[in-house]
Design a binder for this molecule. Sequence first.
Ligand code: SF4
Length: 227
Amino acid sequence: MAGACLRYAVMEVLGFGRLITPEAQAVMAEGSARHRRFQTWLLTEADVIAVEAPLVSESWQVSGRVDAVVRLNGEPVAIEYKTAGPERFQAMLASGRPLAEHWAQLMCYLATGAYRRGCLVVEERDSGRRLQWAAYPDPAWTAWLGQRLEAVRRYQAAHRLPSREVSRGCLTCDRWQRCFRSEAERAAAVEAHPDWEPDPPLPALPSQPSPPAWVHSARTQEEGGPA
Ligand code: SF4
């Protein structure tokens, strides 16, 4: 919810239904299987403290599960794992930037949990290639997330939906029919406004991926062991 379109997030807390197509269902099933494989892989490649670590913030009224927490130089690192189709993965590869929605989720964990380091791992579904970005608590993201969640609660209390935040994300949104009368109307809106421009504007995203500091091979190098 942290990095979602505001209207979508309000629908979520108000309990609106979702339209899950068979294609979306297949993608979700594959994503879950990849998630499990990644967590199993981590157990051999990193110093894992926990998988699916629960996280609750009473002040922000949010809860979630951190995909994994690993130890690096004695310090816990929160790992968020995502999968992406070739088109989105290629866009991240070309720009060096993660998707805002993925980054926002990890920044929410860093803002609400006791983590001073995090890492976002994005895997391409077709090839299994990965990109990753190191993360640290960022006051600009904490402020942005706080404002967005406050807005969600305001609309929830008023039982009202905010305006649409049109972007390419509408093309895969499973609640799009609450926003557009037809696929043609949606396509035209997205063509006119492909980029997500939330209010307040997004804080800065990292501009390039980071090396995998938390896997064993990198850890032994950091500790002076063999490469
Ligand atoms: S269709 Fe677009 S504007 Fe509507 S809820 Fe989904 S992402 Fe938001």
